[in-house]
Structure formats: structure tokens, C-alpha cells
Design a protein around this ligand. Structure first.
Ligand code: MOS
Length: 731
């Protein structure tokens, strides 16, 4: 089904099942431990051996030799895989560094060997016996030091409108500030893990991957075999956050290990390996300049961001939101990329907007204060309903102002004291902060197969993934609505590359795109049901397990009496995303307390108001947003990879050293969804919401800290050492 004109009324609009806050259908499996993760799939294939990954202990250079003899002679060892014996490997399209290094080493903890043994302990012990002789080369590890070497990435030319350089100096009120965000790690609960088994030339991997079709194709490409010979299965995923968008070393090494050992092999990356072996969110340096009239209207705005990556990699697109969030005739966004020899940077938890909003929305708070304007009003004054770079291009929907107003009312914004450091609650300095939320809405082709059985059950098969987001549930809701059956008559099967290729889970496009694919397949199934029953497909109504048209009615199951009906279709998107700017909007409100003596920072209350198209399931969408708000809090207050600038690696490579919020750090959270449908986005009239919730939270926390203390910290994360000593009344 081609989607190239805005949606009109369709069966989803009935909202009998879609739009209801139903519990996740995989919930009982998840909380009882019955939803197995990749490493726990002991039953899928017999005789699984264990692989242990060996990572490079230099950041850059060459392996002169690896002596594997002691490891090979160790008890239980079945094989040792290195670049020397692995055969030719081609880098995946989505990978920047090779997943098996050697003889060149491109980054610290790049995998250079896999030791396969009968038991995990034997593999791990033997891995210590490898003797690697390195020729170390100097590397580039310091973004700030490399800033001046950065160039414009080919894929990301500067954008803008008007003449910023002429307009900025003329503006009566000007702000010029630079913010930094650190390298960050996904830190999802389930580590990267895979089990691989060969059957002749055919390879099956049970793995943990957000994008099954990308993974299948890149695994085939890496190993030099046709994609048809590769099957990926990833039905349950313990968090992805972007870490599992692409093929990682566990998959490739499990496949190579299984080939070498002649039996199935399972490989997990240990927690300390994940931080340097896999990808991370790159650090940024962001300069923001805003020029305004006395009326608070932006006349000039520029956002430049510097980030680094391995040669051949890409930038953190931190300026993305600044192209569209606020009006202003003269504007420029520019990305600069420096070559670094740190591990590969890549997508993490709303790449682009998440770190970009941390800078932009704090700068906007600073500008509002300069103007003596309320920060909510300053944002409202600068709203735009069209793409500021191309004013002929409207937004498909844009309720930023409504989000801000609703949030301000609900949060009690009028109780905020605009003058910082005025409010005390015992030992706590108390402040409130606000930030806009913004994340683009992407749409991706997505296919599904639907089956109707003689028992009247509807089965959906698609390689869509559920990374903890609720895909199983919203897909079941979609099929139930379309076919007029209760939710418990629908079975959903996901994550298997033998199913039709879906949009997958990334960039908050998954929910809208994959359910739209199921919608397309169900439209086709409705047609074949009606035809089978001798009803006019255009007139047939589907409800309460029945199909009716022209005064005649049948049980839905009757259509499958002579055999199961099976159809497949895909949603394919035309150019509506070029004609309209499709984005999602919100407003974050945060109250913090800062200990007046120790500068300890505690978040006290959080509210997010979101406008993100039709909300397919308010319960799972709310869970997405509260999880995202936690991530935003982590980014504001804790998350930071410490770079060893001499040796070139991330030092804090476990969850003791890389801090993320725990329950005790997160108080009361509220989420409000504005009533919205977006017929430009898809037949579901939905948009993404999972990543919207993270974009802006960090700045709202930062702005609340400023309001509490009068101290503005521009280097994230905002830790107490950056406040203490500057607090009002500090000795
Ligand atoms: Mo998301 S970082 O695109 O999985």
C-alpha cells in the first residue's frame, strides 16, 4: 500500500482497541522470566559451546603477532578465532570500525580474537593466555584539542536562511554561549549477546537486535554469504537505546566461532567490554548564538556543533532541532566533524536532538532571562507553524504552544520565582525549569503478513522488534481493530528475519511505521475475507468477530473454513514527509532541590506534555516517556564517559563507574498527551513518541538548577563539584 495522500477516515478511527491503555501482552512473560533473552536460549539448538571475546589493549596501532598456542592447549578449548584465520571479512554497511580487528587496531577493546571452549569459565580462562605483541601508534583522543581540525561532513552541509552574520550584530539583545555534552553510553540492561549455529551453508543467529533486516544483510555482507542463507531471531530484547541498531562483535564472532568449532557457539559481551567495544554517543561542543529584538522575537540564530568519530564515521547531529524549533529570519546550523581514534560513535537514545536540546533549550532559558521574559512566553513568542528554512513548507501538526501552556498550568508555573536562588525549603534551594521537547518524526517502509485461521484467530508476522517498548501490544491492537476481533484473538510473532521486513525499532519510527504496515496487510486480509464470503469488499464491516455487508452477516472464522487465509503487504511512504515537516513536540517541567551546603541535586517533580499524533496505547506510551525522562535526568546529572586522553579509552566501563539514575533518584513523574491525530504521518495518524520524551529534559533540569541556585553550568553533566563554591552564601 502506497501512502502518498493524507489519511481520511479508516477502521482505526473506531478506536475500540487502538488508543486504549491495555496492558502489555508480553508483560506476564517479562515479569516471570519466561521471555528469554538471546543468551538464555538454551533450547533453540543443542550442544552450545561458549565464546569469550578478547579486546585490543591499545587504541591504535598494529598487531605484530598473536601467540595462541597456550590458549589452544588449555582445557576445554575448541577453537581460537583471529583475523589471521577467520577468512575474508567485509565491514558492514552500518559499521564504521571492523568488528574483528587485526592486524590493524582501530580502537581500544576492538575485538581481536574469540576463544571457544566447552564452558564459559574455560573460554574466559584460556582468553587470558593469548600473547599479543602490539606496535602501538599515537592516536587522537581529545575533541577540544581537535576542534580546529574539524571539517564539514559531506552528508551534513550547513543549512539556514537569510543572513545570520549580518543580522546577529544588529540585534539589540544578543547571547553567545558554548555548551558541552560528554561521551555517553547506552547502558541498556541486556548486554549484546548471540548464539550462532550453522547448518551446512545456512546460518541462524539468536541475537538481540533492533533492526532485523539491517542485521541480516550486514551479517551476510560481513561473512560474504547471500542474505537468504542468514536467519536472525530476536523476539525479546532487554533494551536497545541504539546500541543494537547495527551488527556488533558478538554476532559476527559467534558465527565465526561456530564455524571454527563445528558446533553452535554463544557469545555475550561482558559489561566492561561493552563501553569500549561497541558504540557510544559522541561528545559535543555546541556554540549557540541568538539575537533578539526587545520584543523577544528572534531575528538571528546560529547553532554550531563539533563532534568526533573514527575516520569514515559521522557527526552527532546536535543542531537538528534548531533548524525547526523556533522562528527567525536569519539562521544557520553547522556541523563539524573531527577525526578521533576513540571507539566508534553512533546513534544513542534520540541521537541529534537529545544532546542538541540540552544546549539549545538551556541557551533559550539564558536568553529569556536576558530579555526579562518568562521562558514559557519567550518560546511561545517565537513559535512557527512553517519550516523556518523553507516557509512554503508547513508542519503536519505542531502544538508546541499548547504543550507549553498546558504544562505551565498543570505544573503550577506561576508559583515559580523568576529571580534565582530565592526559594528555600529547609536546607534545600528550590527551583523550577522548563524546556521545549522536539524530535522529528520519521516514517519507514514496513511489511507484515497476517493470517486468519479456521478458529477465527488472527496471526501477525513481521520482523518488527519489541525492545521493551510495547510493539507486541500495539501491533495486536492494530490487527484487532482492523479485523473486528477482541485483543485475545490476535497472536503476534516478531523479530524473526523469516517474517516480512518491517521498519524495525529506531529513531522513534517503529510504532507508527510498523503498525501502518500491519494496517496495510489487514486491509488486504479484509478484502480477501469479504471476497471469500461473497460480500462486497468496499462495503464490508468488521466488528465483534463478524463480517457484514448488504444485510448479510458471517462469523469471521467462516472465511477460513476451507483453509487459512494468508496475505502480506507493506506500507510504503510517498513524499508527504518532504511536503510537510513532520515533528513531535512537547514541554518538560522540572522542579529540583539543591542542598545549600553540599550542592547535592535532587529532582523533586517532573511533568512532560507531549503532542505526538495519535497515541496508540496511552499506557505503553506513558512508559516510554517516563523512561525517556529518566534518561534525560541521567544526561543532565550523571552520565559521562571519562576519556583517558593519553591511552584513548573510556575509563569508567561498568555500571558502578558509569552512573545512571536509580529509582531513588526519580520522584513523581507525570505525562500528559494532547489529543492529536496526524493524517499526514500514516493511516494510523500516529507519530513517534519514545524519543520525544528524552529531548529537552536535560535542559529543563539544568534550567531548574539555575533557578534554584543562580549558577549556570554549561558543561554537562551538572555534578555537585561544578556548583559547590558558587552557591549563594557559600563560605
Ligand atoms: Mo534509536 S538511538 O534510533 O535506537
Amino acid at each position: 500500500m502506497k501512502f502518498d495522500t493524507p489519511a481520511t477516515t479508516n477502521p482505526i478511527d473506531q478506536l475500540k482497541v487502538v488508543g486504549k491503555p491495555v496492558d502489555r501482552i508480553d508483560g506476564p512473560l517479562k515479569v516471570s522470566g519466561a521471555a528469554p533473552y538471546a543468551y538464555e536460549r538454551h533450547d533453540v539448538v543443542a550442544d552450545q559451546a561458549y565464546g569469550h571475546v578478547v579486546g585490543a589493549t591499545i587504541a591504535k596501532g598494529r598487531i605484530r603477532s598473536i601467540d595462541t598456542s597456550a590458549a589452544e592447549a588449555a582445557p576445554g578449548v575448541l577453537a581460537v578465532v583471529t583475523a589471521g584465520n577467520a577468512g575474508k571479512l567485509v565491514k558492514g554497511r552500518f559499521n564504521t570500525a571492523h568488528l574483528l580487528g587485526g592486524p590493524q587496531v582501530q580502537h581500544y577493546h576492538q575485538a581481536i580474537a574469540l576463544v571457544v571452549a566447552e564452558t564459559f569459565e574455560q573460554a574466559r580462562a584460556a582468553a587470558q593466555l593469548l600473547r599479543v605483541d602490539y606496535a602501538r601508534e599515537p592516536g587522537r583522543f581529545d575533541l577540544a584539542a581537535r576542534r580546529d581540525s574539524a571539517t564539514t561532513p559531506k552528508s551534513e552541509p550547513d543549512t539556514g536562511a537569510g543572513d545570520f552574520d549580518a543580522a546577529f550584530p544588529e540585534a539589540p539583545v544578543r547571547l553567545d554561549v558554548t555548551y558541552t555534552t560528554p561521551d555517553q553510553s547506552h547502558a541498556m540492561m541486556e548486554p549484546h549477546a548471540s548464539i550462532a549455529a550453522w547448518d551446512g551453508d545456512a546460518l541462524t543467529v539468536w541475537t538481540s537486535n533492533q533492526m532485523i533486516d539491517w542485521g541480516r544483510k550486514d551479517l551476510a555482507r560481513t561473512l560474504g554469504i547471500p542474505p537468504e542463507q542468514v536467519r536472525l531471531d530476536s523476539p525479546y530484547i532487554g533494551g536497545g537505546f541504539g546500541a543494537k541498531l547495527f551488527l556488533r562483535a558478538d554476532v559476527v564472532l559467534a558465527a565465526l566461532g561456530a564455524k571454527a568449532a563445528g558446533r553452535p557457539v554463544k557469545v555475550a559481551l561482558s559489561r566492561p567490554q561493552i563501553f569500549n567495544n561497541t558504540t557510544h554517543r559522541p561528545a559535543t561542543i555546541q556554540r549557540i548564538r541568538i539575537g533578539c529584538g526587545e520584543d523577544g522575537k528572534i531575528s538571528a540564530i546560529a547553532h554550531e556543533s563539533w563532534s568526533g568519530d573514527l575516520p569514515g564515521g559521522g557527526p552527532e547531529v546536535a543542531t537538528q532541532q534548531t533548524r525547526w524549533l523556533y522562528a527567525g529570519a536569519n539562521r544557520r546550523c553547522a556541523l563539524r566533524l573531527a577525526e578521533l581514534d576513540l571507539p566508534e560513535g553512533n546513534a544513542m537514545r534520540a541521537p541529534g536532538e537529545a544532546p542538541g536540546m540540552m544546549a539549545l533549550e538551556a541557551a533559550v532559558d539564558e536568553m529569556a532571562e536576558k530579555l526579562g521574559m518568562d521562558p514559557v512566553e519567550f518560546r511561545i513568542v517565537n513559535d512557527t507553524q512553517v519550516d523556518p528554512e523553507k516557509p512554503e513548507r508547513p508542519f503536519s501538526q505542531r502544538q508546541l504552544v499548547q504543550c507549553l501552556r498546558t504544562g505551565a498550568r498543570q505544573f503550577g508555573w506561576t508559583r515559580r520565582n523568576a529571580k534565582p536562588a530565592q526559594v528555600r525549603d529547609g536546607r534545600w534551594l528550590v527551583g523550577m525549569g522548563v524546556a521545549a521537547a522536539y524530535r522529528n518524526n520519521l516514517v519507514m517502509k514496513s511489511a507484515a503478513r497476517v493470517r486468519l485461521g479456521a478458529d477465527g484467530r488472527v496471526v501477525v508476522e513481521t520482523d518488527m522488534t519489541d525492545i521493551g517498548t510495547g510493539s507486541y501490544t500495539i501491533i495486536a491492537q492494530t490487527a484487532a481493530e482492523m479485523m473486528g476481533v477482541p485483543l485475545d484473538r490476535v497472536d503476534v510473532r516478531l523479530g524473526d528475519s523469516s517474517f516480512p521486513a518491517s521498519a524495525g525499532s529506531g529513531g522513534q519510527w517503529g510504532a507508527n511505521s510498523s503498525t501502518a504496515g500491519v494496517y496495510a496487510a489487514c486491509m488486504k486480509l479484509r478484502e480477501s475475507v469479504a471476497t471469500k464470503l461473497g460480500l462486497d469488499p468496499a462495503a464490508a464491516g468488521f466488528s465483534d468477530g463478524e463480517v457484514s455487508a448488504g444485510g448479510r452477516s458471517f462469523a469471521l472464522a467462516d472465511a477460513a473454513k476451507d483453509g487459512e487465509l494468508v496475505v502480506e503487504d507493506a506500507i510504503e511512504f510517498g513524499d508527504l514527509d518532504r511536503k510537510f515537516q513532520q515533528s513531535t513536540f512537547g514541554a518538560h517541567f522540572v522542579e529540583v532541590g539543591v542542598d545549600a551546603h553540599t550542592a547535592e541535586i535532587r529532582v523533586r517533580r517532573m511533568l512532560a506534555v507531549c503532542a505526538a499524533g495519535r497515541i496508540l496505547n496511552p499506557k505503553s506510551a506513558r512508559s516510554q516517556v517516563i523512561g525517556a525522562m529518566v534518561m534525560g535526568t541521567g544526561a543532565a546529572l550523571m552520565e559521562e564517559l571519562a576519556v583517558d586522553k593519553r591511552l584513548g579509552f573510556f575509563v569508567n566501563h561498568d555500571l558502578a563507574g558509569y552512573e545512571v539514575p536509580v529509582h531513588a533518584d526519580i520522584p513523581h513523574q507525570e505525562v500528559v498527551f494532547l489529543d492529536e491525530t496526524d493524517p499526514i504521518s500514516s493511516p494510523m495518524k500516529a507519530k513517534g513518541v519514545g524519543e520525544l520524551g528524552i529531548c529537552g529534559v536535560g535542559a529543563a533540569v539544568a534550567n531548574a538548577i539555575y533557578n534554584a541556585t543562580g549558577v549556570r553550568v554549561r558543561e554537562y553533566p551538572i555534578t555537585l563539584d561544578k556548583l559547590i563554591g558558587k552557591l549563594p552564601g557559600a563560605a
